[in-house]
Design a protein. Structure first.
Length: 149
């Protein structure tokens, strides 16, 4: 896979992981599948479980390589402490690109499949700030966010 393709895959994967990253990093520290299952239940209670399964599968593919690199672990933990925003996603994308470069082709293809599946079945939109609009799909017509004159 070319460097450009890896960069695109990392860019596509970053939003999938960004919202779940705090829970994924925490789950990795807590130890294994039971922790991930419990976190999934907590997210479901909060209505935040969309994409969790795909993010968890993606993390499981990346985690062995991440665990080999303490500096990457530290940077991801730092990103996990931040609110998801375009800058966080961009930084996460760069980290993911570096990780992808170290993986065998077969594993990259598996990650690509997970990301593609996630994009076809999960749409996540986050609106922040005054008069924000979040759209997880298509919008036709006008959107009113407040005062009309």
């Amino acid at each position: 896979m070319s460097t450009t393709d890896l960069a695109q895959l990392a860019q596509d994967a970053a939003p999938l992981l960004a919202l779940s990253l705090p829970y994924l990093v925490k789950g990795a520290k807590l130890a294994g599948k039971e922790a991930f299952k419990k976190i999934g239940e907590v997210l479901a209670e909060k209505g935040l479980d969309k994409g969790w399964d795909k993010a968890q599968k993606l993390w499981e593919k990346l985690r062995p390589q991440i665990e080999k690199q303490p500096t990457v672990q530290e940077r991801l933990a730092r990103l996990a402490e931040r609110e998801p925003d375009p800058r966080t996603e961009a930084a996460l994308s760069l980290e993911l690109e570096d990780i992808l470069k170290t993986l065998p082709q077969q594993q990259i293809l598996e990650i690509q499949n997970i990301v593609q599946e996630a994009h076809t079945e999960t749409r996540v939109a986050v609106a922040k700030g005054s008069r924000s609009v979040a759209v997880a799909g298509d919008v036709k017509g006008n959107i009113t966010t407040g005062d009309t004159h």
